[in-house]
Design a protein around this ligand. Sequence first.
Ligand SMILES: [Zn+2]
Ligand SMILES: [Zn+2]
Length: 149
Amino acid sequence: MNDPATVHRQDQEGAAARESAAIFDNLQWALPGGGRKFTTDGNPPEWLVRLGDRHNKALAADPRACEHLADGRPGARVVLAWWPGVLLCPRCVAAMDPLPDDAPEERTCDGCDTFYPEGLKLIAIQVRPDTTFHAFACDNCMAELGLTA
Ligand SMILES: [Zn+2]
Ligand SMILES: [Zn+2]
C-alpha cells in the first residue's frame, strides 16, 4: 500500500533518475569531445571507492551544495572528482565555465594520479540512481570500470 508521502517520494526519485540520465547530454561543458558514460556493477574499482570516500568525508566535514540541492533537497546530483564535498545539480554543472584547455585537472588522472600531457577523457559514472560522478581518467583506470559506454 502506498501512502501519499511514499508516492511523492517515488515521484521525486524517478524524476531525479531521469534528470541524472540527462546529465550525460551536458558533458560537453568540460571537453569538446564529450564524455563517456559508465555504470558500476556494484563492484567498483579501488580508485573509485577511494574517490568516493574522499568526497563523503569532505561532505561530512563541510557540506556544500548548489542552491538547488541545499538542505538535502532531492534531485539529480553531480559530484566532480576534483571538487570533493560539493554537490551540484545538472543545471549548475551545465552553467559552469569550461575548464581552460591547459587545466591540470584535465591532464591528471583522478584514478591513478598520473599526469598525461596529452590530456584525458572526462567520464561520467552513475554511482547511484540520482548521483553521477565525473572524473578525468586514463585508459587503464577506465578499463578497471569494466563496462564501457
Ligand atoms: Zn544547482
Ligand atoms: Zn589512471
